[in-house]
Design a protein around this ligand. Sequence first.
Ligand code: FAD
Length: 596
Amino acid sequence: MKTHQYEVLIVGAGGAGLMAALYASRSASTAVLSKLYPTRSHTGTAQGGVGAALGNLEEDRPEWHTFDSVKGSDYLGDQDAIEFMCEAAPQVIYELEHMGLPFSRNPDGTIAQRPFGGHTNNVTGKPVTRACYAADRTGHMILQTLYQQCIKNKVTFFDEFHVVDLITVNGSVAGVVALELATGEMHVFHAKAVIFATGGHGRVWDVTSNAYAYTGDGVAITLRRGVPAEDMEFFQFHPTGIYRLGILITEGVRGEGGVLINDKGERFMERYAPKVKDLASRDVISRAMYLEMQEGRGVGGKRYLYLDVRPETVNKYAALDNRTRPDGSPFRVTGEEILAKLPDIIDFCHVYLGVDPVTQPMPVQQTAHYAMGGIPTNVHAEVYLDEKGAIMPGLYAAGEVACVSVHGANRLGTNSLLDIVVFGKEAGLRAAEFSGGASFQPLPGDAADFAREQFARLRDGSGTEKAADIAREMKTVMDDHVGVFRVKDGMQQALDKIRLLKERYKEVRAGDQGSAFNTDMLNIWELSNLLDLAEVTTVSALAREESRGGHARDDFPQRDDKKWLKHTMAWMREGDVKLRYKPVTITKYQPKERVY
Ligand SMILES: Cc1cc2nc3c(=O)[nH]c(=O)nc-3n(C[C@H](O)[C@H](O)[C@H](O)COP(=O)(O)OP(=O)(O)OC[C@H]3O[C@@H](n4cnc5c(N)ncnc54)[C@H](O)[C@@H]3O)c2cc1C
């Protein structure tokens, strides 16, 4: 078995991992392990923009960004962390610009900005242009820019190395175990500090905008090693996925004036969010869409609605709203402008739907999109072990896998790309600083045993069960009962089913028994992660008897601050999920009802 030694190990080569690598490698020996080739990470699919109160087109302030994020989080976000992120935003955007990120530009050469849901001018309550963008390929440009910088700065990469376990000694981090895809060989990586930056877990659901690789490996691995998972009941359903496929249509479409229309041709968001309408926050819009379809106003009675960005529609509603550009001129668009600002979206619609968004409306439905919950951390990306604030020395998490918590019960669009660069940087700096003053823990002789056992079981199972069937049944039950709206009985049914599926999983045997490029085996291992996360999500959701942000219950329709203004912490112990709670950090903004 091969053993490697680095001071700092980063698991994941998306925006958070690469930003961490750039900073850690300045002062510590650093390696990045990634199950995907780095530029295939999900960050590369992010379209709409990254939020920062640069105020390039109109007045904007980091305090407004902070308040919008607190409100958007339905007051569950930790206010110290949100303030940290929003204050750090402008500087980190300029840092990316100076690295060479090709942002779209305003005529005066400054970085272009567009409105996005929930981001407002706090005085007028109107949408503000805060999302910095590179056409509709913002994440792609962030990922490429950071990867180029890492190569320039000679960061070491282990591509297509699948991390399957975390090694701890005496409550401290000692490294990770990884499986090399090309050979099937297990490697032990000995380290002083480990940063998890493994992204989200939307593949728990059937209709999702998430990449195939979004299987929640980081949260599952750490849960198995006694680390809790925070606020797992909060998962965001994005309003506009392509009907049936779930592929994302960026909120930037609505930022550019697009509107949601029901079967009767009504712009229904006027009724649900009279002030900001189609730019209300995602949880609000997803629920409104659900209700429209429930009441029979889905297009042709089906479970989809139209997203309409045809210039005539945009111009009609912009005129009715008296919408103006930041310079005061009336907001009007042409087909050419739509094409220039949303080229990839137009392309997706041509390819997947045969629809031309400049002349036809797009059929959309809600799609499982973003994990607000994850590995609990503080603003320095250090990982909490309990609800009282104990941390695990040497362990860090950043990006979508982490719960800082800056998104609380609902994330605002553009705040994740911001989260990954701000907290990725912080994780890299802190891990390097920690490793400067720490020594390597002695590596236990049996470091790879637990990982080996897990894979041995997949080789030796009875083979009476098929992983594909289990995955399908899990996704369906999660879509049906732990989706946009939830009730006790449904969630209990889902939980019973998931537990049954976990039993059936034990009988799965990998069809491919070889060593080289055995993706079959790895996909089955990933399914075990999804099953664990489905269970933790459902147990956390069943317990939370209120509606808040992305967690909406028909049987408890109100937000209940008296009982539930607190974060869930979930542990997996002896085959069961145990819950405890910790308070939300409130600094300046007392919880209020959200009005849009
Ligand atoms: C379609 C889409 C559009 C989006 N648009 C926006 C947007 O416009 N604005 C915005 O703010 N947010 C957006 N988001 C959300 C945002 O893009 C993501 O939350 C963010 O990019 C996640 O970055 P990350 O670095 O945490 O993870 P990722 O970029 O997903 O990287 C995860 C990395 O972990 C590695 N990895 C995972 N498991 C393992 C393992 N077991 N072993 C080794 N490596 C592993 C992967 O190889 C990968 O390199 C969008 C998300 C989607 C899905």
